[in-house]
Write a protein that binds this ligand. Structure first.
Ligand SMILES: Cc1cc2nc3c(=O)[nH]c(=O)nc-3n(C[C@H](O)[C@H](O)[C@H](O)COP(=O)(O)O)c2cc1C
Length: 328
């Protein structure tokens, strides 16, 4: 049985609203939805692309993939299957996905848990505790990445040291570029970015401190930041999402996987933060590929672990009317 009529259009708008909670590079939320009665289209919003940090739009596209996954979770708990076609029109490279409502569907407990995690999830840049991520959770995260058409390489020992070196190198390379510093300031410095419902507020950025793998520096100097806490990150899982291919469809899949992983981690009482500076710069991205022994194209790294007490503040979001166009 399929669901027809205005109720579906309303459900699609709700899915677009839920998708606004998705993580995105610099909290740019670089997407637009065109909502019809039985389908919705996901478009890249190039005006929100980070032209210096992300000249090819890979992290923009990963971010859109995360929004797509959030929308799919919202549709699933509303009782709909979603038939998704990635990059449906070769003549329209900014049309990233077409989502059509399929047959009715009984939500699974995992889908309900992922949905409940959407409003709880935060990018948590604080140092995590020494408690390791349980093996069963790690296996589940690997399986979730596979289900989304991508792969999760869990880093061990020396590979984590390699990631630390590459993260430090990526930061050096980026901060040496005045254009990068300018772009970062535009998306972090209060009051402009957060007041627009986007950007990374200083109070979600951690103050600089020695870390097992360096955390990206977001906070403009002089603003109050989040205390990184006294964790050691000793139990933190460091991993790299990687793909067989490299291109917009692979980036979208990586974004869907990132969303699935972060929501599953949140549901399991864990927290996480993406580490994408290592894949933004060509040099460090290529070196990360070598760390993975050349088995695929690294899309981004991430860390997942048990956070200290408390929750980082929520980051701002755009309004639904800014990201949705209605037709029909
Ligand atoms: C593709 C992508 C790349 C990201 N890269 C980083 C990063 O390198 N460092 C970091 O601390 N956060 C990173 N983030 C997290 C965003 O900054 C975060 O999602 C955004 O500020 C919104 O905050 P929230 O996730 O708490 O809602 C990334 C997120 C995405 C989707």
């Amino acid at each position: 049985m399929t669901t027809n009529g205005p109720a579906t259009g309303r459900t699609l708008r709700v899915a677009a609203q839920v998708a606004l909670n998705a993580p995105s590079i610099f909290n740019t939320q670089p997407w637009r939805w065109v909502v019809e009665e039985q389908s919705m289209q996901l478009w890249a919003d190039r005006a929100r692309q980070l032209l210096v940090a992300d000249p090819d739009g890979r992290l923009l596209t990963v971010s859109c993939g995360a929004a797509l996954h959030h929308a799919k979770v919202a549709l699933a708990v509303a009782g709909h299957t979603a038939d998704v076609q990635l990059m449906p029109d070769p003549a329209e490279p900014d049309l990233l996905a077409e989502v059509r409502i399929g047959p009715d569907h009984e939500p699974t407990s995992d889908e309900r848990a992922a949905y409940a995690a959407i409003s709880q999830r935060r990018t948590d840049r604080r140092a995590f505790t020494g408690e390791p991520v349980p093996v069963l959770v790690v296996q589940r995260l690997i399986a979730l990445a596979e289900r989304e058409g991508t792969h999760l390489a869990v880093l061990r020992g020396g590979e984590i040291d390699d990631l630390a070196i590459l993260a430090a190198r990526a930061a050096e390379l980026q901060f040496a570029d005045p254009a990068y510093r300018h772009e970062l300031a535009a998306w972090t410095a209060a009051p402009n970015a957060p007041a627009n419902g986007s950007g990374v507020p200083a109070e979600t950025a951690v103050s600089p401190s020695p870390r097992r793998v360096p955390i990206r520096e977001f906070a403009p100097p002089g603003l109050p930041t989040l205390d990184p806490g006294d964790g050691t990150d000793a139990g933190t899982l460091y991993a790299v999402l990687f793909s067989d291919e490299d291109g917009p469809a692979a980036w979208l899949r990586a974004g869907q996987a990132l969303s699935a992983l972060l929501l599953a981690a949140t549901a399991a009482g864990l927290a996480g933060s993406p580490i994408s500076d290592v894949t933004e710069h060509t040099l460090t991205r290529e070196r990360l590929r070598h760390v993975l022994a050349g088995i695929g194209a690294p899309q981004l790294a991430l860390r997942i672990g048990y956070p200290p007490a408390g929750t980082p503040p929520a980051s701002p979001r755009r309004r639904l009317g800014e990201v949705v166009n209605l037709t029909g």
